[in-house]
Design a protein around this ligand. Structure first.
Ligand code: GLC
Length: 536
């Protein structure tokens, strides 16, 4: 069975500012990353995805691109990028870049020209409209204009999201008025991130050219930022009142995006070597997300975020797994799974305990689909506490972007003094250096899980069958099968010991708490324990 590399792969997200720093300015860079490729090879991941490294004024830390074909000096140079790709390839790692198609920085020459006046040759590259009696052209809402607060639920110890009004007075509109030309421009994110108009053929061509620029330099694919947002209804109708309170970037779902995706996909497929397009489809509805796989001619992989917002409860997770099987799998799409990224509190912080975070690692790496790890999750990092005066991100996401601690002692391998954000809690004890010495660490657990996936076709690409009953509030268990190869995975979502009937004799291959590995499985899970089992 020949499967494309990205189906059996584990993809590791690097947030370049926070990964590793070579020049001592307290901000991570490409040379820092290059020097730590060995860590990723030792860990056993297959590919890295880099959050944006392009030239940027950094109002959204790189998701505001001012030159798609150059590297921001804070990260290094184009030569550094080429060297990184070459060395990653030599080490057996694929490299994916972030591609930000929906918007640019307001400092991008395209927008500077577009803004120059109503008759600018690039006016049509962005979405400019007249207002309605001094008010914005429609009622669309921008992102980051309310906050998602992750509040502790004392009954479960978990953090749950709650939408609250922003602390400071912000204009919720996705439109900003340009006094010089007396028109408004659209931005689904910050006012410094104007939306490109993908109804303009020259924009499509220019963005495809960006893809070619990097594909020609050997990158293995892209993670496409808010890809579901690029196609917009040119009539720009008001949203119905019930949707108008949500950011438009979480609801835009237009047929024309699919047409565009087919063109983008055809471009990637025209290159040799299975280049991959992973789309961020930030629609919190798996059935809608599934449509972005098209007929096998749109995204290769689509992020599906509902599981990330799911409670740590067996029943809730069972529903998520079933929904993915039904909606994504049945449509012929290959699923993805992600617990942490640069936009949300880390899952250890959300779930509240190290025991649960370890069990979650087994869950993530035992499901059917491509798992994405977020740098530092293999260390069991929690979010940093960032004091109010030091917060930098307009979207309140600083905590999960704290620097990765490499060494135990002061500086944690970031030797230039102050880092751009504070380190996460217990940085010394949770550093790579400290955990490599400890076979019982998070780091070794992830490494064993990755080795188990690599060693078993069933675990990496096999079919999934749920075993535990739909009403089991404690345990979620399933088998994975590919031909004669079989594995079972069982996750205890509670802090009490639980019996599980898995029929047959099993040996514990990996266990989240290290207990029992290599021994006959007793048919019982310890508190917060999750296991990967192989037939005895
Ligand atoms: C995506 C990115 C996020 C960014 C936004 C705007 O959601 O993951 O970090 O702020 O797009 O580009």
């Amino acid at each position: 069975m020949a499967t494309p590399w990205w189906q059996s792969a584990v993809i590791y997200q690097v947030y370049p500012r926070s990964f590793a720093d070579a020049d001592g300015d307290g901000v991570g860079d490409l040379e820092g990353l290059r020097r730590h490729l060995g860590h990723l090879v030792w860990l056993g991941v297959d590919a890295i995805w880099l959050s944006p490294i392009y030239r940027s004024p950094m109002t959204d830390f790189g998701y505001d691109v001012s030159d798609h074909c150059d590297v921001d000096p804070v990260f290094g140079s184009l030569d550094d990028a080429e060297r990184l790709v070459a060395e990653a390839h030599a080490a057996g790692l694929k490299v994916l870049l972030d591609w930000v198609p929906n918007h640019t920085s307001d400092q991008h020459p395209w927008f500077v020209e577009s803004r120059a006046g109503r008759d600018s040759a690039r006016r049509s590259w962005y979405v400019w409209r007249d207002g309605r009696d001094g008010a914005p052209p429609n009622n669309w809402r921008a992102a980051f204009t309310g906050e998602l607060r992750w509040e502790l639920d004392p009954s479960t110890g978990e953090r749950r999201p709650r939408a609250v009004a922003a602390e400071t007075e912000v204009d919720p509109s996705a439109w900003t008025f340009d006094p010089a030309s007396r028109q408004w421009y659209l931005h689904l994110f910050l006012a410094s991130q104007p939306d490109l108009d993908w109804n303009e053929p020259a924009v499509v061509e220019a963005q495809l050219e960006v893809l070619r620029f990097w594909l020609d330099r050997g990158v293995d694919g892209f993670r496409a930022d808010v890809i579901h947002a690029i196609g917009k209804d040119p009539a720009l109708p008001d949203d119905p009142p019930e949707l108008a309170l949500l950011p438009k970037s979480s609801t835009n779902d237009e047929p024309r995006t699919h047409e565009l995706l087919r063109r983008i996909r055809a471009l990637l497929d025209g290159y040799p070597g299975e280049r991959v397009l992973v789309g961020e489809v930030y629609l919190l509805d798996t059935a809608r997300v599934a449509t972005y796989y098209g007929d096998g001619d749109e995204l290769h992989l689509a992020f599906n975020f509902p599981p990330l917002y799911t409670r740590w409860r067996a029943r809730d997770w069972r529903r998520q797994v079933e929904t993915v099987v039904e909606q994504v799998g049945a449509a012929g799409g290959w699923p993805t799974w992600v617990l942490s990224n640069h936009d949300n509190p880390r899952h250890r912080t959300r779930y509240g305990t190290g025991g649960r975070a370890r069990a979650a690692a087994v869950l993530l790496l035992g499901l059917r689909g491509t798992p994405f790890l977020y740098a530092g999750e293999e260390l069991g990092l929690e979010d940093a506490e960032v004091p109010p005066g030091e917060r930098l991100d307009p979207g309140g996401r600083d905590g999960c972007r704290a620097p990765v601690p490499w060494t135990e002692g002061e500086g944690h391998g970031w030797d230039g003094g102050r880092t751009w954000l504070p380190f996460p809690p217990d940085a010394g004890a949770r550093s790579v250096e400290a955990q490599r010495e400890d076979p019982g660490s998070f780091l070794h657990l992830y490494r064993r899980l990755l080795a188990a996936r690599r060693g078993s076709t069933a675990l990496s690409v096999g079919d999934l069958d749920l075993v535990s009953g739909p009403d089991d509030p404690a345990v979620l268990a399933w088998t994975r099968t590919a031909g004669d190869d079989r594995r079972a995975v069982a996750v205890n979502f509670t802090a009490e010991e639980r019996e599980v009937d898995l029929r047959g004799d099993w040996v514990v291959e990996v266990s989240s708490d290290g207990v029992g590995e290599g021994s006959r499985w007793p048919g019982r899970l310890g508190p917060d324990q999750a296991v990967v089992l192989r037939p005895a």
